[in-house]
Design a protein around this ligand. Structure first.
Ligand code: HEC
Length: 201
């Protein structure tokens, strides 16, 4: 009898631990898209340029070289895309961009087309910085709650300290129509696709 009750207790304990773990996983999934506070705005509501984005998670490098776009690619030329690490962490847990997510794309010129390794596109100088922020409180009327910003200047040599959100037609509409996931072009970001897979999505 004693042996039996020991066995019974053992089974009951194992089942409740398993259930508890299951509930924990479910609850982190459910709360996983909780808001993250990652950016700040000035008094006029313009986004303050983030300083430390080169320490964020690097997700991919689309390239639209000018010489394949009649000399005037809308966003020349290499695009270094980064996501804030806190947003990345939530994304890799839930497979969803949490409210508050920011991604930036830093533009880099093509410096040379020849290297010791062969012909190609090699990076030159930093020439601009764009950003997108998902925020249901701040941008309740933007499609998907994503707003778009540019810190790029005409001479491509400096960046503005702040940027106002563009009207939806300038940026948001193209992202809405062509991006693979939640207004973000994950089809070009292998790091985010891998993170989504690891989240089991
Ligand atoms: C004609 C379509 C189009 C328009 C208009 C457009 N984008 Fe994009 N955007 C893209 C594509 C395609 C990518 C991914 C590939 C790349 O960078 O070339 C992208 C990527 C981005 C990214 C990286 C994160 C993401 O969402 O994938 C940011 C930031 C961004 N764009 C900002 C802007 C801003 C700011 C504007 C408006 C000034 C804008 N975009 C207008 C097509 C567009």
């Amino acid at each position: 009898m004693k042996k039996f009750s020991f066995f019974f207790n053992f089974v009951a304990l194992t089942v409740s631990v398993a259930l508890g773990a299951g509930l924990f996983v479910l609850s982190t999934r459910a709360w996983g898209d909780d808001r993250v506070e990652l950016v700040s705005y000035d008094k006029e509501g313009a986004l303050v340029r983030p300083e430390d984005y080169r320490e964020w998670i690097f997700v991919g490098t689309p390239l639209t070289p000018n010489d394949m776009n009649d000399g005037k690619a809308p966003f020349p030329e290499f695009h270094h895309v980064y996501i804030h690490p806190k947003a990345y962490k939530k994304y890799s847990e839930t497979g969803k961009f949490p409210d508050g997510t920011i991604l930036v794309k830093e533009l880099v010129s093509v410096g040379s087309k020849k290297a010791a390794s062969g012909n190609g596109y090699f990076q030159g100088e930093f020439i601009g910085l764009e950003a997108t922020v998902k925020d249901s409180k701040k941008f309740p009327k933007e499609p998907g709650n994503w707003a778009y910003f540019s810190f790029t200047t005409k001479d491509h040599k400096t960046l503005t300290p702040t940027a106002k959100a563009f009207p939806a037609a300038s940026c948001n509409a193209c992202h809405q129509g062509a991006a693979a996931e939640d207004w973000v072009f994950t089809q070009y970001y292998p790091v985010l696709r891998a993170a989504k897979l690891s989240a089991g999505q």
